[in-house]
Write a protein that binds this ligand. Structure first.
Ligand code: ADP
Ligand code: ZN
Ligand code: ZN
Length: 768
C-alpha cells in the first residue's frame, strides 16, 4: 500500500502540514507529488495537493484509520522539491500553506468544492487545456484531383492547399464554408486532416531595433569577470549568490545570455525574473533571438490560455528557459542550474497579497534546494544585497559581488545637471520646465535626436487643493487624496476606484468642500500637462509620446508606444516610473526629470533608497549609443545625498549615509521588519483587536534572543480603505530571526473573529 501526504486546500494558517491518505491501487502509478486530488477532510470533500508519497504512513498515524484518496482532479504540476519550498514559504511568511502551493499549479486551474443551492457539496473544475488546430493537407489523390468547373468553393480550397498545408480556421477566413468543403474532401480521401498543438500568443513579434541585438565580438573585462564568478557558483551546486553590480548599459543582459548558454550546454534549465513593467517586447526579443523556442514567457498580461501553453512547454520539456515576472519562480522546471533576477532592487519583487513573499529570498531558497546558482543584477543594488555581499555570506551560502563599472565600446555615463527649482522664478510662473531643461529639449529637437522625460509621481499625483484652508478633497471611503484628471474634469480615488465629476478651476462654481472658498488650485502635475507643454514648446515635427497608466491600459499598447518611439526620427517620450527601466535606445541623448523629490517625502524608511534607484535608472537611459548623453534633474531638494549621488554617479557616500541612518534606527538590513495590519468596519473593534495582539506579542518576544521591538498599535497612513478602519503593529527583529513562526503563534492565540481581517507582512515594503 502506498500513501499520499496531502495538504487540504483550506486557506488558513491553522492548516500548516499534510495528512496521510491511502492511494487506491488503480491510482498507484498516477497519484504522485504535485497532483490535485479529492479527499475527505472533517466529514466533507475537499480539494487537496499531494506533496509527497511514501510506502509507510507518517509517524504516529494509525494505518487502519487512514482514509483513501477519492479522485484524481489534475495531473502533477510540481515535484517534491517545489512542495518543500512551499512549506518553507508558509513558515517564513506566516502564510497559509495552501496559498503557497497554489502558486505552483498550472495557470488557469481553479478546482474547488462549493456548496450548491440545494446545500450539497459540488465540485467546480476549471482547467486551462491545450488547444489543437485542425490542419488540412492535400493527399496524393487530392493533388491529382481536378474539381468540376461549377464547384467554385471546392476549387478555391484545392488551389489554396496546393501551396502547402493550412489551418482550417485560416482557410475558412479566406473561403466561406471552407470547413464543410474540407470535411467532404476528407471523406473522399482527397484531403488529410491533422491535429496540431497550437501555442497561443507565440506569434507576437516586435520590430524594436535592439530586440535582435547581435552577439558582441568581445566581452568587456567586467563581463568576463562576472561570467567567471557565475560559472563557479553554478559548479558549486549549493545556492551560491553572485551580485552583478553593473552600471546602466554595462552589458548585464549580455552576461545573463552567456551564463544561460553555458548552463544549457550542461543540460540544465534557467529561470530569469524581470520586473513586470520591463518585461517588454525588447527584453523578450533579446532572449528569443538567442534561444529561440527554448524560451517560454510568463507574465500577467498574457491570457490564461497563453500562460497555460507557455507553462506546459516547460513542463513537457519542450522549453528549458523561462523569462517572466515574479511567478516564473514556480515554473515546472526540475533541473534548474541558474536563477537570474534582473533589477533585483525593484520593490515589485515583493508580493503585496498573501503569500507576501519576496522573490529574491524565495529564489535564494530555491537555488539552495535545487543546487543552482542565483544571479542578482542591478545598476543600483538594494542595500540588503550590498550588505550581504560585504558580509560574504547569508544564511549559510556565499554572496559575492562582481562589479562592471564601464559601458562597452567607450560609451560614457551621461553628465548630470541638477537644477534647484527654488531659484527658478520662471518655473513658478506656470511652466513645469526650468530654463535649463527647456533649452536642452530645444537642442534635442534641433539635432534631431530623442529625449526621455520622467514625471515622478508615485504617491503624489495631481490633486486639487484649497488655497484658503489647504484642504485637499479626499475619498469618503478611504483616507486618500483624490487625484485630479484634467481632461475628464473628474476626481478619482485610486484606492477604491470611485470617480466624481468636478467643474474644474477656474470654473467659478467650483467650491472647497471644507470652507466654501472658490480658490481651488491644481497641485502636482500630470503627464497630460507635461505633454501639452511639450507640444507648445517644440516644433511640430517632433513626436511627443506619452506613456502612463492611462495610455498603456490596453494589451500591447506598451509595446506599440515603444515601437513608435523607436521608429520616430526625433521624439520625446514622456512618462511615469514605467519608462525608467530597461529601455535601450541608443539615440536618446537627453533624460529630463521633471520633479525628482516627490518620492523623497514619502513616510517610508526606504524613500531615499527608492528615489536614488529611480533617478539613477532613468539617468542610465541617456547616452547609450555613440553620441554622449546628458541628464537634467529638477528638484526642490538639491542637497539631499540621494540627489547628490546621481549627480556625481557616486553611490558610495549615499550608501554609507543611508546605512548609518538605518543602523541607528534599527531598520533593515540591520533588522527584519514585519507589519501586522488589522482592518474592519467597526473602529472600536479594530482598535481592541490590535491592542490585544500587541500585548500578546510583547509578552512572547521577551524571552527571545536578540533585540525585538513591537511598535504600536497605531493608525495606518492609509487609515481607512473601502470604509474599513486600519491599524497596524510594526515588529523589528534581529536580522537572522525566524519572524514568521513567532507572528503565526501570536496571531493564532487570538480568539477567532470574522469582523476584523488580520494580515501579516514579513519583510514588509509597504508600510502605509
Ligand atoms: P544593461 O543590461 O547592463 O543595461 P545591456 O546588456 O542592455 O546593458 O547592454 C547595453 C548595450 O551594450 C546593448 O545594446 C548591448 O547589445 C551592448 N553590449 C553589451 N555587451 C557588449 C560588448 N561586450 N561589446 C559591445 N556591445 C555590447
Ligand atoms: Zn477651503
Ligand atoms: Zn476610495
Amino acid at each position: 500500500m502506498r500513501y499520499a501526504q496531502v495538504v487540504p486546500d483550506i486557506p488558513t494558517r491553522a492548516i500548516d502540514g499534510c495528512f496521510d491518505y491511502a492511494i487506491p491501487t488503480e491510482l498507484e502509478t498516477s497519484c504522485v507529488a504535485g497532483c490535485t486530488v479529492l479527499v475527505s477532510f472533517g466529514h466533507r470533500d475537499v480539494v487537496g495537493y499531494v506533496v509527497s508519497t511514501s510506502a509507510e504512513v507518517s509517524e504516529g498515524v494509525n494505518p487502519l484509520r487512514v482514509l483513501s484518496v477519492e479522485r484524481m482532479l489534475a495531473p502533477p504540476a510540481f515535484d517534491e522539491v517545489a512542495a518543500g519550498l512551499a512549506l518553507w514559504m508558509a513558515r517564513e511568511y506566516a502564510a497559509p500553506l495552501a496559498s503557497c502551493l497554489r502558486l505552483m499549479l498550472a495557470p488557469g486551474q481553479t478546482v474547488r468544492v462549493r456548496k450548491s443551492d440545494e446545500g450539497a457539496w459540488e465540485l467546480v473544475c476549471n482547467r486551462a487545456q491545450a488547444v489543437d488546430d485542425r490542419w488540412a493537407a492535400l493527399t496524393d489523390a487530392g493533388r491529382a484531383f481536378t474539381p468540376r468547373k461549377n464547384a467554385s468553393r471546392q476549387r478555391q480550397v484545392v488551389e489554396a492547399l496546393a501551396a502547402g498545408p493550412m489551418r482550417v480556421a485560416e482557410l475558412a477566413a479566406m473561403v466561406s464554408g471552407a470547413a464543410g468543403v474540407v470535411s467532404a474532401l476528407a471523406k473522399r480521401g482527397l484531403v488529410e486532416i491533422e491535429h496540431r498543438r497550437r501555442i497561443r500568443g507565440a506569434e507576437q513579434a516586435s520590430t524594436l531595433s535592439s530586440a535582435n541585438a547581435p552577439r558582441p565580438t568581445q566581452l568587456t573585462a567586467g563581463q568576463q569577470g562576472a561570467l567567471a564568478a557565475i560559472g563557479e557558483a553554478v559548479s558549486a551546486r549549493r545556492g551560491d549568490v553572485v551580485l552583478v553590480d553593473g552600471v546602466t548599459g554595462s552589458g548585464k543582459t549580455e552576461v545573463y545570455l552567456d551564463a544561460i548558454e553555458r548552463v544549457r550546454a550542461q543540460g540544465r534549465d534557467a529561470i530569469v525574473l524581470v520586473p513586470e513593467i520591463s518585461l517588454t517586447a525588447q527584453t523578450v526579443g533579446r532572449f528569443r533571438s538567442r534561444f529561440g523556442d527554448d524560451v517560454a514567457i510568463l507574465h500577467s498580461r498574457l491570457s490564461t490560455g497563453e500562460r497555460f501553453d507557455q507553462w506546459d512547454l516547460l513542463r513537457s520539456g519542450a522549453a528549458h528557459v523561462v523569462v517572466g515576472a515574479r511567478s516564473a519562480l514556480f515554473a515546472p522546471l526540475a533541473n534548474v542550474g541558474l536563477v537570474i533576477i534582473d533589477e533585483e532592487h525593484e520593490g515589485s519583487y515583493k508580493q503585496d497579497q498573501a503569500p507576501r513573499y519576496h522573490a529574491r529570498e524565495v529564489a535564494a531558497e530555491l537555488a539552495r534546494r535545487r543546487g543552482a546558482a542565483l544571479v542578482l543584477g542591478s545598476a543600483t543594488p538594494s542595500l540588503e544585497s550590498l550588505e550581504r555581499c560585504r558580509a560574504g555570506s547569508w544564511r549559510g551560502v556565499s554572496w559575492a559581488r562582481a562589479s562592471m563599472p564601464e559601458r562597452p565600446g567607450g560609451a560614457v555615463l551621461p553628465a548630470v545637471h541638477v537644477v534647484d527649482m527654488r531659484s527658478q522664478p520662471g518655473a513658478k510662473g506656470g511652466s513645469v520646465f526650468s530654463r535649463t531643461l527647456r533649452d536642452a529639449l530645444l537642442e534635442v529637437a534641433e539635432r534631431r535626436e530623442k529625449a526621455v522625460l520622467l514625471l515622478n509621481r508615485r504617491g503624489f499625483a495631481s490633486f486639487l487643493m484649497c488655497r484658503e484652508c489647504g484642504c485637499v478633497p479626499t475619498c469618503p471611503h478611504c483616507s486618500t487624496a483624490l487625484t485630479y484628471h484634467e481632461r475628464t474634469h473628474s476626481l478619482a480615488c485610486h484606492t477604491c476606484g470611485s470617480v466624481w465629476p468636478v467643474r474644474a478651476y477656474p470654473d467659478p462654481s467650483t467650491k472647497c468642500p471644507n470652507c466654501g472658498s472658490r480658490y481651488l488650485a491644481q497641485y502636482g502635475v500630470g503627464t497630460q500637462r507635461v505633454e501639452d507643454e511639450l507640444r507648445m514648446l517644440l516644433p511640430e515635427d517632433v513626436e511627443v509620446i506619452r506613456m502612463d497608466a492611462d495610455t498603456t491600459a490596453t494589451k500591447g499598447a506598451h509595446t506599440k508606444l515603444l515601437e513608435q518611439f523607436d521608429a520616430a526620427e526625433c521624439a520625446v517620450l514622456v512618462g511615469t516610473q514605467m519608462i525608467a527601466k530597461g529601455l535601450d535606445f541608443p539615440e536618446v541623448t537627453l533624460v529630463g526629470v521633471v520633479n525628482a523629490d516627490t518620492t523623497l517625502k514619502l513616510p517610508d524608511f526606504r524613500a531615499a533608497e527608492r528615489t536614488y534607484h529611480l533617478l539613477e535608472q532613468v539617468a542610465g537611459r541617456a547616452g547609450r549609443g555613440e553620441r554622449p548623453g546628458q541628464v537634467v534633474i529638477q528638484t526642490y531638494w538639491a542637497t539631499h545625498p540621494a540627489i547628490r549621488a546621481v549627480e556625481k554617479h557616486r553611490r558610495g557616500p549615499f550608501v554609507a549615509y543611508e546605512l548609518d541612518e538605518r543602523e541607528e534606527a534599527y531598520y533593515p538590513p540591520f533588522s527584519r521588519l514585519a507589519n501586522v495590519t488589522f482592518a474592519g468596519l467597526n473602529e472600536g473593534v479594530v482598535r481592541d483587536r490590535a491592542a490585544v495582539f500587541a500585548r500578546e506579542l510583547r509578552a512572547r518576544v521577551l524571552d527571545l534572543p536578540g533585540e525585538w521591538e513591537v511598535l504600536g498599535p497605531a493608525e495606518c497612513v492609509r487609515a481607512k480603505v473601502k470604509d474599513r478602519f486600519r491599524r497596524h503593529v510594526v515588529v523589528k527583529a534581529p536580522a537572522a530571526a525566524n519572524v514568521g513562526p513567532v507572528l503565526t503563534v501570536a496571531a493564532d492565540a487570538l480568539p477567532a473573529r470574522r469582523d476584523v481581517a488580520l494580515s501579516i507582512d514579513v519583510d514588509a515594503y509597504d508600510l502605509l
